[in-house]
Design a binder for this molecule. Structure first.
Ligand SMILES: [Zn+2]
Length: 278
């Protein structure tokens, strides 16, 4: 088992995106992660599986590719659990593994996959992630025995978080494994035809997000293996562009990524509500 390096001198993450597979986040919310990193947030990605069942490439290839994609998206921390690929199950053991990461990384915002979808790993990851967020906040729950995540991308030192909301993560004396519950959970929805609650303008980040997906060379470069299963690179580009354009049009911008939240939106100033009605 790979050991996890816990760096106590680093600030907690601002945002942690949790997904079933390496390359999921690059397809659903990579532009948003990059945008927030560019605004000074500390961003993390937790992949639940390592991709050993993929038609193309090995888990080792995919770890290198995931690290490269993380670099492009300016992600500070990326880890992968050892949940079997194609068999993401919402078990107690798996919930403890995710809860352990939440306690170590202490994100304010968690991005999960939308709770419906074609691939069982995606929608099960949604419920598993939500329940882990709940468990992670329970004072009497001990998840220190859960297997730590293998870190696939390094940790950068804390950067400025000026202007970000403060919360209990900065409490003096909080240790890495003390209880932690994220403030906000949002859902990335790209794989399912559902109307998003909001979209994030990624016009400036679109090219880099595409590049982060193309970092998965074993998956997306044109090749013989799995030719019937995987679209050609040109086709991927046009699909990604069409989706980002579609969500962009909904928000009145060029390219956007869609999200859902379960809570209602709170408005303070009617004059500042974005997106034109008529
Ligand atoms: Zn996936």
């Amino acid at each position: 088992m790979n050991s996890l390096t816990v760096t106590s001198d680093r600030a907690a993450l601002d945002i942690l995106a949790i997904a079933a597979h390496r390359d999921d986040v690059e397809q659903t919310c990579g532009g948003t992660l990059l945008k927030m990193a560019q605004r000074g947030c500390l961003i993390g990605i937790l992949d639940l599986t390592r991709g050993e069942m993929g038609t193309r490439g090995s888990a080792e290839n995919r770890a290198q590719e995931a690290a490269e994609a993380a670099r492009i998206l300016q992600v500070s921390w990326r880890g992968a659990l050892d949940i079997p690929d194609g068999r993401v199950e919402n078990t107690w053991e798996n919930k403890l593994k995710v809860a352990r990461v939440l306690r170590e990384q202490r994100p304010r915002v968690v991005i999960l996959p939308y709770w419906k979808g074609r691939h069982p790993d995606h929608y099960i990851a949604s419920t598993l992630g939500y329940e882990a967020c709940f468990l992670s906040g329970l004072a009497k729950l001990d998840c220190s025995a859960a297997d730590p995540a293998a870190v696939v991308a390094g940790v950068s030192p804390a950067t400025s978080r000026a202007g970000r909301p403060q919360d209990s993560r900065q409490d003096a004396g909080a240790t890495e494994l003390s209880p932690h519950r994220p403030f906000k959970i949002i859902y990335a929805t790209l794989y399912y035809d559902v109307r998003p609650t909001f979209v994030v303008d990624i016009t400036e980040q679109f090219e880099a997000r595409f590049e982060s997906l193309m970092a998965y060379k074993t998956q997306f470069s044109d090749q013989e293996a799995g030719k019937d299963l995987f679209p050609a690179q040109k086709e991927i580009r046009s699909r990604i562009e069409a989706m980002a354009r579609f969500y962009g049009i909904l928000g009145g911008v060029e390219y956007a990524e869609p999200f859902l939240q379960k809570e209602v939106g709170l408005v303070d100033d009617l004059m500042m509500i974005p997106v034109k009605s008529i």
